[in-house]
Design a protein around this ligand. Sequence first.
Ligand SMILES: *Cc1c(COP(=O)(O)O)cnc(C)c1O
Length: 233
Amino acid sequence: MSTIEQNLQAVHQGIVAAIQEAGRPAGDVALLAVSKTFGADAVLAAAQAGQRAFGENYLQEALDKIAAVAALLPRAGLEWHFIGPIQSNKTRPIAEHFDWVHTVEREKIAQRLSEQRPAGLAPLNICLQVNISGETSKSGVAPQQLRALALQVAALPHLRLRGLMAIPEPAVEFERQRAAFAQLRALYEQLRGDGLALDTLSMGMSADMRAAVVEGATIVRVGSAIFGSRNYS
Ligand SMILES: *Cc1c(COP(=O)(O)O)cnc(C)c1O
């Protein structure tokens, strides 16, 4: 068994354990394998071990990798998620080559993604990135502006608003990790209460996956626990 396959098994076991701890239904959490900085060979190894969804942060690196993987495994049916910062002049290749975008934080970017989504493809799945309190990076919409943005994005024809995403400030203690994810979950429940048909909470990475699953994550984005440590992030 490859190291990547072993790591994937361990991550799946961790997800199952956290689901049981939370008393949630089995199979409720999807694993997004974050392959940024790793090559097509790493994606192939994970795909051969059954992994289907991959997350990428850097557009040019991602486009090269998607093409390389498609050439080697043409019918793998992989799903690509963009999870990095988005510059407005780079929306077209994102709209053309990805299935999901987790990092929408402005209406202008959403409009461009919708306009540029090719007609033959299914709507692009969208999560809004939220700047929950204590987040060190300045990315994400402020909670006060979230509802207005969600209503705008939900109305765009070639997008499908699926839910929310956040990257909380790294915290060592489990309870602090949980508190940050609980904030995102509360915002998600409010929007659902407003009638938006959301089904996705994208939260939790290698170091805080358990707390995220206990707080209701439906997608965890895991990189280093699967592929090993990176030289840059
Ligand atoms: C890199 C990255 C991840 C994965 O982080 P790990 O700590 O390697 O699991 C998840 N989400 C985003 C947005 C990232 O940039």
